[in-house]
Ligand binder design. Sequence first.
Ligand SMILES: [Fe+2]
Ligand SMILES: [Fe+2]
Length: 206
Amino acid sequence: MKTLIEKAPDLARSLQLAYSAERAASFAYIGHAAALNAEAERAPVRQIEADEWEHRAEVKKIMDHYGIPVSRYFEIKYYLIGKFIGLSCHLLGRFMPYFFAGRLESGNVCEYIIMLKRFRELGVTEHDTVLYEMGIKEKAHEVYFQGVIEDEPWLPYFEKIFNWGAGNSFNDLDYEELRPLEDADLYCEKYERGKAVVMEPRKAKR
Ligand SMILES: [Fe+2]
Ligand SMILES: [Fe+2]
């Protein structure tokens, strides 16, 4: 019998990438929280950091299930990226770390939805719940960051340049009206990794 790595190398690679990138996110949020002045702002960022560690653990469980090894290349690359972003938060003021965190979260949402779709294509539904929940959690992170910076005077300019902000998103989940799990694979049809494709939110009904 073929292993998942042989059957779906793209999916195995997505899991390896997510595993390493989640640690990068946690490192970035450690720096982000430390750079914030108010405890009321630090606490939610620390919670988001904790969510990312949990995601890393959940992704590892799926990888272990299929014998997918951790990628040393991704681990080193994203270790450095995470530490660099964490440090840079101390230099960028208040607005930019929130903005780029939200922008990054926006893209991460579809990463988990795409994995869910790929598993379904392979006839595997046992990871549906955890993958959809992680996608929704990334959406919650995005929505939180949008809320923090929505009234910032810089936001309209950054939104124009970087395609993300109060009105633009890189996923089509509507956090107020999420689809049931069975319809989760209808999301993210236009998603392409690394490309800033802005999507319209889709209502819960098909
Ligand atoms: Fe995450
Ligand atoms: Fe996140």
